[in-house]
Design a protein around this ligand. Structure first.
Ligand code: NAD
Ligand code: LMR
Length: 338
């Protein structure tokens, strides 16, 4: 009966809380947009993460089904579902980390900026909920256009008087995941051995892979540099075209989101030396937001690293990236300030 189900759920929650109190690692994570193309595999992978003790799955449709399904996995995290705006506050209360893949994806022929009109409002509503219910939570923002949605989130948080720049992270990990894969292919290496910093933002020319800083140290011909840079910048479009109207990257994005969220949780736990690329409040350039390597700690992005030495090709790319980024940032800021 429903009451038995509820009793089972609350006693499970109690046990999860006990585990957390007993010193076992256990963070509370919410996914907003959990029934979507990214949300579903992201929820599954989060349920498999031993650092997660409670997993809240929120969407405006279909979250009960996804929750019932995921909750049968015999891993530690307790899963609870939340449906529709009236349950947003309950979904957010007490969360340590909020991951946001809510919003519409691209179809062939669209830019990420074409999603602004719908997704800007969705991100604003969700961030207002965060400001009210879990103002100290770390936020991983996936919804596009990331170059504008992160400034939108920052403005919402500023308006609410709770903005902590260290806690707001635009997720650019998929660009790094793609760069590692494509560079490994060219070098004939295992992608797990390759580390490519990708800076700037998350759209077209704002995605700037620093191929001169690849680990392990290596060199590329001008043709290889051109080919790899373009392929990394157009990776999202490659998937959008292959899916031919059925959406954009979901599975590789869920993988990248969980890889990034796991690093955030390790940082929150106090692990040393956790570094990842993310789009954050930044003083690295003259722009107020920029993606670069950050050190993740108990407070979120505790340190934002400088770009390091760039070659001529990268310096030209940086100027192009900054031009487009400035416009996208301004568009996000004025959406809230207007
Ligand atoms: P999708 O349409 O499959 O899923 C989106 C989900 O969001 C749906 O379940 C929908 O019901 C939900 N949603 C809509 N409005 C909501 C609201 N107000 N509150 C909560 N949930 C709401 O789309 P997808 O393929 O999962 O992509 C989601 C977003 O992620 C898109 O904007 C896409 O462009 C973006 N994305 C970003 C990256 C990145 O690297 N940052 C990568 C891939 C996709
Ligand atoms: C991606 O890089 O795959 C996402 O930003 C989705 C898209 O629209 O390309």
């Amino acid at each position: 009966s429903p009451s038995n189900l509820q009793m089972g759920e609350s006693s499970m929650l109690e046990r999860a809380n006990c585990r957390a109190k007993g010193g076992a690692p256990g963070f509370k994570v919410a996914i907003l947009g959990a029934a979507g193309g990214i949300g579903q595999p992201l929820a599954m992978l989060m349920k498999m993460n031993p650092l997660v003790s409670v997993l809240h799955l929120y969407d405006v449709v279909n979250s009960p089904g996804v929750t019932a399904d995921i909750s049968h996995m015999d891993t530690g995290a307790v899963v609870r579902g939340f449906l529709g705006q009236k349950e947003l506050e309950a979904a957010l209360t007490g969360m340590d980390l909020v991951v946001i893949p809510a919003g519409v994806p691209r179809k062939p022929g669209m830019t990420r900026d074409d999603l602004f009109n719908i997704n800007a409002g969705i991100v604003r509503t969700l961030c207002e909920g965060i400001a009210k219910c879990c103002p100290n939570a770390l936020v991983n923002l996936i919804s596009n256009p990331v170059n504008s949605t992160v400034p939108i989130a920052a403005e919402v948080f500023k308006k609410a008087g709770i903005y902590d720049p260290k806690k707001l992270l635009g997720v650019t990990m998929l660009d790094v995941v793609r760069a590692n894969t494509f560079v490994a292919e060219v070098l004939g290496l295992d992608p797990r051995e390759v580390d490519v910093p990708v800076v700037g933002g998350h759209a077209g020319v704002t995605i700037l892979p620093l191929l001169s800083q690849v680990k392990p140290p290596c060199s590329f011909t001008p043709e290889e540099t051109e080919f790899l840079t373009k392929r990394i910048q157009d990776g999202g479009t490659e998937v959008v075209q292959a899916k031919a109207g059925a959406g954009s990257a979901t599975l590789s994005m869920a993988y990248a989101a969980v890889k990034f969220a796991d690093l955030c949780l390790r940082g929150l736990r106090g692990d040393a030396g956790i570094v990842a690329c993310a789009y954050v409040d930044s003083k690295v350039t003259e722009l107020p937001f920029f993606a670069s390597k950050v050190r993740l700690g108990r407070g979120g992005a505790e340190e934002v690293y400088q770009l390091g030495p760039l070659n001529e090709y990268e310096r030209i790319g940086l100027e192009k990236a900054k031009q487009e980024l400035a416009t996208s940032i301004q568009k996000g800021v004025s959406f809230i300030k207007k």
